[in-house]
Structures are given as structure tokens and as C-alpha cells.
Ligand binder design. Structure first.
Ligand SMILES: [Zn+2]
Length: 95
């Protein structure tokens, strides 16, 4: 769920996480229109809608159990692995 900006309050499925940029791409959220230039004869010019990445601090995970956006915390799972869990109920987001 998006917590700030013009898309505030909307929620969607996370399509992609870009850990090195600390950004996420959420389905149907933050769509930007890209003007595509005609490229040779194979592709015609036009407008393509595409999801733009969000900074990770602008979104919250929606907990299925709590049915609302929650803060996450990290819990060590058997040493090397870390799981993201709901701050409130402890539900794991990494399944
Ligand atoms: Zn929860």
C-alpha cells in the first residue's frame, strides 16, 4: 500500500523489488506515460503506460491477517535467513 504522494491509499501487488536502489514497482500504481519514438519500421511511435518505481519508504506492506498496512520487522530465521514479518501479528510476508 502506498502511504505518501498522489497515489496514497492505493494498494497493489508488488511486481518487482530493486534492492540496490531501494525501490519497488507496484502493479497498476504510479503509472507513467512513456512517449515511444518510432523506431525504424518495426515499432510505431505512441504512448505506453508503465509502472514507475517507488522509493521503498513510500509504501507499506498490507498484512492479510490484520487487513491493513503494517510496519514490518525482520526476524532471523535459522541464522542466515531473514524473514519480513508483520510488526503487529508476526505474520510472515516471505512465503
Ligand atoms: Zn498482521
Amino acid at each position: 500500500m502506498v502511504t505518501t504522494g498522489k497515489e496514497k491509499g492505493k494498494s497493489g501487488r508488488i511486481l518487482k523489488v530493486l534492492p540496490e536502489k531501494e525501490k519497488v514497482i507496484v502493479e497498476k500504481i504510479n503509472l507513467i506515460k512513456r512517449h515511444m519514438r518510432p523506431h525504424g519500421q518495426q515499432r510505431r511511435g505512441g504512448i505506453v503506460e508503465k509502472e514507475a518505481p517507488f522509493h521503498i519508504s513510500n509504501v507499506m506492506l498490507l498484512c492479510e491477517k490484520c487487513n491493513k498496512p503494517v510496519r514490518i520487522r525482520h526476524r532471523a530465521m535459522g541464522g542466515r535467513k531473514k524473514a519480513r514479518v508483520c510488526y503487529k501479528c508476526g505474520e510472515s510476508f516471505d512465503k
